[in-house]
Design a protein around this ligand. Structure first.
Ligand code: DGL
Length: 274
């Protein structure tokens, strides 16, 4: 049997924050990271386009022998995952699996919140999709979800401005907009894989009694459990501790910014998705 890698996909760099945590917890597997940097950000795009782009990426990773792909992007998880799992996968590769980041994040809420009032920061696409609200209600029918779209966060992070004064302005603004929706919020989900880079600043403006959840370690633990539950997928993944970085943009540019996200060098190659 031909073994392959775990595919990790994001619109750009954000998924690197998930990949790092996954590799810390599961260092033995082979991984391929694919960032669709040429077409990022996804957060402002329509359902149709996000589905099209995400499906192209998934297909590409399947062709690279990935039996399992993680959409390490909330926007793609919110807007494309269900269609891919239910409609596309049975046709293109019924033996392969695609997982997202929203469900594992929601699964841990029960052990964190006391008030059941959950705040979510996300891209305009994630918030307008209502995916967090719907998925939270499925697990916890009496919880209330308060979404806050943060359109400036991804550009701030991608332009290396997460520590700058501009970031303070927008963090303050989005925190205030969220907190005026409910005074009982005790848990805030950073529902975009770029946002961990702003976590320190967000913490400064969010009251201490509110837990801030970032997704990397949650997704990593959930993946570990998934692989134990699904030996038929696990046995198809190579254990050579290899990592390959692919981008649809310029590889030199990718390497420069990727190091900001993960604190070490990458050697990316450019690929074209169709
Ligand atoms: N990192 C992606 C997410 O988790 C969003 C970035 C983008 O807008 O492309 O939603």
């Amino acid at each position: 049997m031909q073994k392959g890698s775990i595919g990790i996909f994001d619109s750009g760099y954000g998924g690197l924050t998930i990949l790092e945590e996954i590799r810390n917890l599961l260092p033995d597997y082979d991984y391929i990271y694919l960032g669709d940097n040429a077409r990022a950000p996804y957060g402002i795009r329509s359902f149709e386009l996000i589905h099209k782009f995400t499906l192209e990426a998934v297909n590409y990773l399947f062709k690279q022998d990935c039996p399992l792909v993680i959409l390490a992007c909330n926007t793609a998880s919110a807007k494309a995952l269900r269609t891919i799992q239910q409609k596309d996968l049975p046709i293109i590769a019924p033996e392969n699996r695609v997982l997202g980041v929203i469900r594992p994040t929601i699964e841990v809420l029960g052990s964190i919140t006391k008030t059941g009032h959950i705040g979510v920061f996300g891209t305009p696409g994630t918030i307008s999709s209502n995916a967090y609200n719907e998925e939270i209600l499925r697990f916890y029918p009496d919880y209330k979800t308060f979404g806050q779209s943060c359109p400036m966060f991804v550009p701030l992070v991608e332009y290396g401005e997460s520590d700058g004064e501009g970031a303070d302005f927008f963090v303050k603004k989005y925190v205030a907009n969220l907190l005026c929706q409910s005074s009982n919020i005790d848990t805030l989900i950073l529902g975009c894989t770029h946002y961990p880079l702003l976590q320190k600043k967000i913490r400064q403006y969010v009251p201490d009694n509110i837990n801030i959840i970032s997704q990397g370690s949650i997704v990593a633990k959930s993946l570990k459990k998934y692989l134990i539950r699904h030996p038929e997928i696990e046995m198809r993944i190579e254990k050579g501790s290899n990592i390959k970085y692919l981008t649809t943009e310029n590889a030199v540019k990718f390497n420069e910014l990727a190091s900001v996200f993960i604190g070490h060098k990458t050697h990316a190659s450019k690929v074209i998705l169709t």
